[in-house]
Design a protein around this ligand. Structure first.
Ligand SMILES: [Zn+2]
Length: 322
């Protein structure tokens, strides 16, 4: 019998990434689509088309499909409840896609999917208690507790980006009614914002030069300038790293994890980001909580959500609730 394959789909607000994945989570065929601004019907058509392309590339031998989407999922009825930058709220995506694809379909939050990938075959492999943070537009997250993905009472656990860092802080984005959430301070968006502010204060810096040249001061350029040694860019990354350390200090107090995995575009900064996070964690928590706590980069990068969605489908086939 050939090895069983599943298709994982990371369906974000701007792009869709699908791949045929084997049981050891090796990716064999990749399909990418831009989905910016699509309405629900068009988005579903693109998803069906992408899955079929990946399925054909894999020789048709596919057992199930998993989707990771930027929504809260109601575990009781499989409906996406609140969508961030995606028009998928209020449909039972698994049922709709299963009917259109003729395959079993499983759906979860993208933060959970990424955590599953890192736990099954990435930086958190073998860890019993680990937290996976993805710093992008916001902060995606997933909790591995007692060796399993922890989903909470209704499936909405692990929204760690909405932990309050400053109760008087600015309003959060999208549908979050809260103020001063962690993702306002320690995401890829926050890095871009702090870099712009520093560029204006330091006219002689590489950041300021890039701004004058009309280059986009987003995460990739800021981390590149930081690696090149630009002091202002290093300062911007360090600031985000220190705030990440505060987030992790809170998580250490609540969950006592052995490992925190950091992914998303910002992790391209590597130790420039993680060293300040570790320093702040050590300052702000008891030694008993931080001395065995490791903070490491994610393994899967941009494919974490897609690989995790495929793992979700494998688990679903086996009837495993993780
Ligand atoms: Zn929030």
């Amino acid at each position: 019998m050939p090895a069983r394959r599943t298709i994982g789909v990371d369906l974000g607000g701007t792009k869709l990434l699908a791949g045929a994945v084997d049981q050891r989570l090796g990716v064999h065929h990749r399909v990418q689509r831009t989905v910016t601004g699509l309405r629900q019907r068009a988005l579903l058509d693109v998803a069906v088309d992408a899955v079929n392309e990946a399925r054909e590339s894999a020789g048709g031998d596919v057992a199930a499909v998993g989707f990771g989407i930027p929504c809260l999922i109601d575990r009781r009825n499989g409906k996406a409840v609140v969508g961030v930058h995606t028009p998928l709220a209020d449909i039972a995506l698994a049922d709709v896609m299963a009917e259109r694809l003729g395959l079993p379909v499983f759906v979860d939050n993208d933060g959970n999917a990424s955590a599953l990938a890192e736990h099954r075959a990435g930086a958190a492999r073998g860890a019993a208690d680990a937290i996976v943070l993805t710093l992008g537009t916001g902060i995606g997250a997933g909790l591995i507790l007692g060796g399993r993905l922890y989903r909470g009472a209704r499936g909405a656990a692990g929204e760690l980006g909405h932990m309050v860092i400053d109760f008087d802080g600015p309003a959060c984005q999208d549908n979050c009614p809260n103020h001063g959430c962690a993702e306002i301070y320690a995401s890829g968006t926050a890095l871009a914002r702090e870099a712009r502010a520093l560029a204006e204060r330091r006219p002689g810096s590489g950041l300021a030069r890039a701004l004058r040249e009309d280059r986009q001061l987003a995460g990739p350029l800021v981390t590149e300038l930081a690696h090149d040694g630009d002091a202002a860019a290093i300062e911007a990354v360090q600031l985000i790293g220190e705030r990440l350390g505060i987030v992790i200090a809170n998580l250490a107090n609540i969950f006592n994890p052995e490992l925190v995995v950091v992914g998303g575009g910002v992790i391209a900064a590597g130790e420039l980001l993680l060293a300040p996070a570790r320093a702040v964690l050590a300052e702000r928590t008891l030694p008993f909580l931080h001395e065995n706590l490791q903070i490491v980069p994610a393994r899967f990068g941009v494919e974490a959500g897609m690989v995790g969605a495929a793992a979700l489908a494998l688990d679903g086939l086996e009837g495993i609730e993780r």
